[in-house]
Ligand binder design. Sequence first.
Ligand code: MN
Length: 239
Amino acid sequence: MILLISDLHLEQERPDISRAFLHFLETRAVEAQALYILGDFFEVWIGDDAISPFQRSIAQALRQLSERGTRVYLMHGNRDFLLGKAFCQEAGCRLLPDPCVIELNGERVLLMHGDSLCTQDIGYMKLRRWLRHPVSLFILRNLPLSTRQKLARKLRNESRTQNRMKASDIVDVTPDEVPRVMALHGVHTLIHGHTHRPATHQLQVNGQAAQRIVLGDWDKQGWALQVDKRGFVQEPFTL
Ligand code: MN
């Protein structure tokens, strides 16, 4: 059995979410062969060198899980794309590129965080290209801590005010982009998060039936996608 989650947005200010996550590790993830976390695991991450005691406790919980036999895979989200090797080492998890293709139930499945599918949001796509450029990443990682904190606050505030003004279909995925990316990777199942709109969408890719599974966020309730003999089943649970 495999579990996939995303968009927990873990932060010290939301102890209900971290409690639910620790409970989820103890009760469900421990039974899984693998746990995939598809981005925005943390609300904000300004560098592995700035890890807080709260974040460290989460890393230790993940490490315990992997020591008990569940493989843990982590993908960057737009909030925590600075998660690096040091964190992964401490948490006993492996960093996955976005996008990446894995095999689930004998089927090739495309995993993404999902922000790169929101191509109608031209302003964000430009910012994303800049932030993820190796040179920018190098500069960002080497900025003083206080500068990184200021920058992270600025980016979050800007994204909040802008998202309030943007039409709701702009902050969702671009409909044409989905079959294009799926055809490019030769898959009929795509799993992503980011939009906070949990659902399973049926679509056509190269004239064949395909599905896009959107993972839910953990703000009002928790969501996990379980993959086993029954297929792909996503269910919510109370925090
Ligand atoms: Mn996101």
